[in-house]
Design a binder for this molecule. Structure first.
Ligand code: ADP
Ligand code: MG
Length: 723
């Protein structure tokens, strides 16, 4: 039994749990020790330089050269005191992962060598990076891309390297990453939200979006993972009959965490905490070997950097524990996939959460303003939000009755629903001189909301007491993609709201009446997007269609929303994407879509031909020999009828698999001939991917027939249960 599956199983049995060392017993003692945060900055740079940097962070003012110079040498001194030798600009290209290119501080001089890190090197770099996806923005002959320091996200140390969070733009100034559009959208939101806040409180100067990202993932033993080419090449299993026991007993969710997994969690959490990632929660998820971690929410740009960093840290630490972290949205057909819930709100510089219902009617009006505008924004641009979470991996989850459907809707909970209904049907007492009478129209919002009492897990966008939770984001996604869209559509909506309210005020309406009038109008207009029922049910699909909500199940079509005229106008109004950038991104996403399917199709073809069919045929030959032997002994056919039956079944499956795999190659060839990325993606979806399930079905049947000792790929029961 020398096949790689059995070698892998052998290694799993001999695993020893590595000892986990934490830097101290109190997390607060070592939290953020590897981050050059504001506190450390203050220790290392002059008061003036510090203040000037804070101004740049808060108000986006350009950073003076001498300030950059001071900060650079401070960073270097701090980093070197911690054994760091190199630095890198750390950025988020459209590949979805993070990128880095390390340079040494060291520089030779006439009489030896020095360690140097200049303000220029901190502020900007020109990575020779012509092979990042750019959607045609950057031709290889002008391959220059620039990374530029983002001072709002602090530098940190990973091993011997100082990492500086940066944006990534082309020579012509167009965004080539996820961070630039996010920062622009946040800026738009800040401006629009502050203006609206001034109806209620003139002292508010800044509004930040807040984000807490729950991260789901699977763990699998590294040896088993490496014995599955489909897993290490595509991130998911392309075949595999479901284990007899899977998640049906619901005994994994919140269960006690297995020892090996617990050690891994402690280890990566420690690394993450040292990097200032405020991880707070860990638990088992629904599927076997599925887990989740969640940090305390942070300012959104930082929360996203931290999530990107976290995925990287988890992957690296897992190796030490002989685990592989699967961040794929659907590693195993038949059990739940993984998502990344994005908990989002808006918080003022005065510390007020704008989505937290207030105690007084006046505060409630402020809450209702932001609440109704968010709902209206999502109603208006549901398709764009859907596009922002579209990926080939996420298509497996959306609409598969386990994750929020591809239909974007909003869950509010019965109490807030009633509140909105009440406002919608109430008459606003415009004439009244008596303030108290006006407030009668603003229903009281009960305080118990904060406990998230009624929750609906089937909704893609749910209000949970003092924040909205976008649940449709895929587990491997960069949250910047949906968060850029969410923040910019809310920004745009708030700007429109302000115009409408001001118009009424100009006409002589009282401010509160004007506010309430427009809120009421928005509640009416965006009613179709509100849904409290079961989002997984087929009735909802029918009802959503009758409400005019879209249900776009596949990525290539969902992405259309990025390049419609409506979206173009929105992007132009909020200055987040230029038309060229939006089209480039559309192109990049489509390319990613068909390329991933192309890889999956190739891996599938390779594996059926070189592993699956040979294993099946080997077993079949054994049976043939056996049947022949029995026949030679002069025995009746009835004594080997079972063998004959299996021989025939194997032949049927093998023939089906072979002919379908061959047809899939032809389908791929013809799809590859298509020039247009959208057409090509649709062809891949409709004519290539359509072979996956039938081929898989027959492979999985073979898995059940063929002698276990000959089966080459680790089985689901092994992947999901052995650790
Ligand atoms: P659940 O699994 O019940 O949704 P978790 O505790 O796992 O809850 O995650 C909730 C997430 O929401 C945490 O990351 C938390 O910090 C975050 N969160 C709480 N309040 C806010 C807020 N005002 N803005 C953004 N995120 C928030
Ligand atoms: Mg959760």
């Amino acid at each position: 039994m020398s096949n790689i599956r059995f070698q892998a199983l052998q290694s799993v049995l001999t695993r020893i749990i590595p000892e986990v060392k934490t830097p101290g017993t109190k997390i607060s003692d070592y939290y953020a020790a590897n981050v050059f945060d504001k506190k450390k900055m203050r220790e290392y740079v002059s008061k003036e330089a510090y203040q000037s940097l804070i101004n740049s962070i808060d108000n986006g003012e350009p950073i003076a050269r001498d300030v950059a110079e001071q900060v650079a040498s401070a960073m270097k001194a701090w980093a070197m005191s911690k054994g760091v030798t190199h630095y890198t600009h750390w950025f988020q290209p459209l590949t979805g992962t993070t990128a880095e290119k390390h340079d040494a501080f060291f520089e030779p001089t006439a009489d030896g060598a020095i360690e140097k890190f200049s303000g220029d090197a901190l502020a900007q770099q020109e990575p020779d990076a012509s092979s990042f996806p750019n959607g045609g923005i950057r031709n290889t002959f002008e391959a220059r891309g620039y990374t530029a320091w983002d001072p709002s996200s602090p530098a940190f140390i990973m091993g011997p390297t100082l990492c500086i969070p940066t944006v990534f733009v082309s020579y012509t100034g167009e965004a080539l990453d996820y961070k630039v559009p996010l920062l622009k959208a946040l800026n738009a939101l800040d401006k629009a939200a502050v203006e609206v806040c001034h109806y209620f409180d003139k002292s508010i100067e800044k509004v930040n979006a807040s984000l807490g990202i729950e991260q789901e993932y699977f763990l699998v033993d590294l040896a088993l993972f490496n014995a599955r080419p489909d897993m290490y090449l595509t991130g998911r299993t392309l075949f595999g009959h479901m284990s007899a026991k899977n998640q049906q007993l619901e005994d994994h969710y919140f269960g006690s965490i297995p020892g090996r997994v617990f050690a891994f969690m402690q280890d990566f959490e420690t690394e993450a905490l040292l990097l200032g990632i405020p991880l707070k929660t860990r638990h088992n998820e629904v599927a076997p070997s599925q887990f989740e971690c969640a940090p305390i929410y942070e300012e959104i740009n930082l929360a996203i950097d931290h999530n990107q960093l976290l995925m990287d840290v988890m992957d690296r630490v897992a190796r030490k524990h002989n685990f592989k972290v699967l961040l794929h949205e659907k590693p195993y057909a038949g059990v739940n996939g993984s998502g990344k819930h994005n908990n989002w709100s808006m918080i003022t510089n005065t510390g007020k959460n704008l989505l937290s219902p207030g105690k007084t009617p006046k505060n409630n009006l402020m809450f209702l303003t932001f609440f109704a505008n968010t709902i209206k924004a999502v109603h208006e641009h549901a398709d764009l939000l859907r596009a922002s979470i579209a990926s080939v991996n996420n298509d497996h989850r959306l609409g598969a009755n386990e994750a929020p459907p591809a239909i974007i809707s909003i869950f509010l909970g019965s109490q807030l629903n009633e509140v909105l209904d009440e406002i919608e049907t109430s008459r606003i007492s415009k004439k009244s001189k008596d303030e108290a009478l006006l407030w009668q129209n603003i229903p009281k919002i009960p305080q118990i909301l904060k406990d998230n009492t009624d929750r609906n897990r089937t909704s893609p966008f749910a209000f949970t007491g003092n924040k909205f939770e976008l649940r449709a984001v895929g587990s491997s996604a960069n949250s910047a993609s949906p968060m850029t869209i969410l923040n910019l559509i809310v920004a745009d909506q708030l700007t429109k709201f302000k115009l409408e309210v001001d118009k009424l005020i100009k006409k002589g309406e009282k401010k509160d009446v004007a506010l309430l009038t427009i809120i009421k109008k928005y509640i009416k207009e965006s009613k179709a997007i509100r849904f409290e029922g079961n989002g997984y049910s087929s009735e909802w699909e029918t009802e959503a269609a009758s409400r005019g909500l879209s249900n776009i199940k596949t990525t290539p079509k969902a992405l259309d929303a990025l390049v419609t005229e409506k979206t173009e106008n929105l992007f132009e109004a909020t200055v987040v994407f230029s038309k060229r950038e939006a089209h480039a991104r559309h192109e990049v996403l489509l390319e990613e879509y068909y390329k991933k399917l192309q890889i999956e199709a190739r891996v599938m073809g390779e594996l059926v031909n070189s592993l699956i069919i040979p294993a099946a045929v080997t077993y079949q030959s054994k049976l043939v020999e056996n049947a022949k032997g029995l026949k030679d002994l002069g025995l009746d056919e009835s004594t080997y009828s079972a063998q004959l039956d299996i021989i025939k079944k194997i032949a049927e499956h093998v023939n089906f698999i072979k002919s379908n795999a061959d047809q899939m190659v032809e389908a791929r060839k013809s799809a590859n001939g298509i020039e247009d990325a959208r057409e090509k993606s649709i062809a891949y979806d409709e004519t290539v991917k359509s072979f996956f399930d039938p081929i898989r079905y027959h492979v999985d049947k073979l898995e059940q027939l063929v002698d276990d000792s000959l089966w080459p790929l680790p089985k689901f029961r092994e992947l999901l249960f052995i650790k």
